[in-house]
Design a protein around this ligand. Structure first.
Ligand code: THU
Length: 135
């Protein structure tokens, strides 16, 4: 996986992860697939909770899975989502997930989105979270 590809495999893995979304409250299912610099892929889905607050987004599930396995260097993440798992539009990461990405990823980390009918958009983290906070 280099810079000059469209991350097709990563998007397919994100779609597969979306199948596991636990979203009985919003019915909005999200899947993410995170590509580490060593080539490993960590997938994640959103996991909701009856108390709402403890719910976790797909992106953070994938990032936390990787970090908990000792992996912290990342190249890209693919994200798909939609009501009842139907991809009708792009699903950009929420602000909390962007901040979590900024903890581990450089400004050139790539965020790959697939929307309706296979339309694709790619952003860098620097574009989606400019002037980010860090210590
Ligand atoms: N969600 C994600 O998993 N990722 C995002 O980037 C946006 C929102 C989840 C959280 C919640 O389970 C559902 O989508 C509706 O907000």
């Amino acid at each position: 996986m280099g810079e000059n590809n469209n991350y097709k495999e990563l998007i397919e893995k994100a779609k597969g992860a979306m199948e596991n979304a636990y979203a009985p409250y919003s019915d909005f299912k999200v899947g993410a697939a995170l590509l580490a610099k060593d080539g490993r892929i960590f997938s994640g889905c959103n996991v909701e909770n009856a108390a709402y607050g403890p719910s976790n987004c797909a992106e953070r599930t994938a990032i936390f899975k990787a970090v908990s396995e000792g992996v912290r260097d990342f190249e890209a993440i693919a994200i798909v989502g939609g009501k009842a798992g139907a991809i009708e539009d792009f699903c950009p990461p929420c602000g909390v997930c962007r901040q979590v990405m900024s903890e581990f990823c450089d400004k050139d980390f790539r965020i790959v989105l697939e929307g309706k009918d296979g339309a694709q958009k790619t952003f860098t983290l620097g574009e989606l979270l400019p002037e980010s906070f860090s210590l």
